[in-house]
Design a protein around this ligand. Sequence first.
Ligand SMILES: [Zn+2]
Ligand SMILES: [Zn+2]
Length: 140
Amino acid sequence: MERVIIEVPPESFLVSVATCPNGHSLLDPSVKLGGHAAIAILARQGAIEETIFLNPWYGNHEVQGGAGFVVGSVVSLHCPHCKVSLTANGDQCVHCDAPMANLKLPNGGVAQACTRVGCYYHRLRIQDSGERLARFLFGE
Ligand SMILES: [Zn+2]
Ligand SMILES: [Zn+2]
């Protein structure tokens, strides 16, 4: 598949729908970050298990919780509802080689985040038939 790289300015895109592979919403309206429902993810490292909350504005690195994890170590990320792993099969961070975690977005999109504490690498993947993308890029 061809890859098209699109640069998105930080915080120009609000993640308002994100799910685990089993379809559970990862947004928690009871916790607000950046004025909107935060993304809630269960983080695990050995015996430590803690729910962390991410700012839903794409590109914002604000994280609430997770103080028990050592910066530079890798955590495993899970759905807080069914505890399924969010780790992306085989995808690694281009900066630090840690596994990436997948958040499913609507219409085949995926937001990926590095699972190393303190590494803020993330990327968006959008699968598209090509038609909508062509319209978007070339104004057809
Ligand atoms: Zn789930
Ligand atoms: Zn990384």
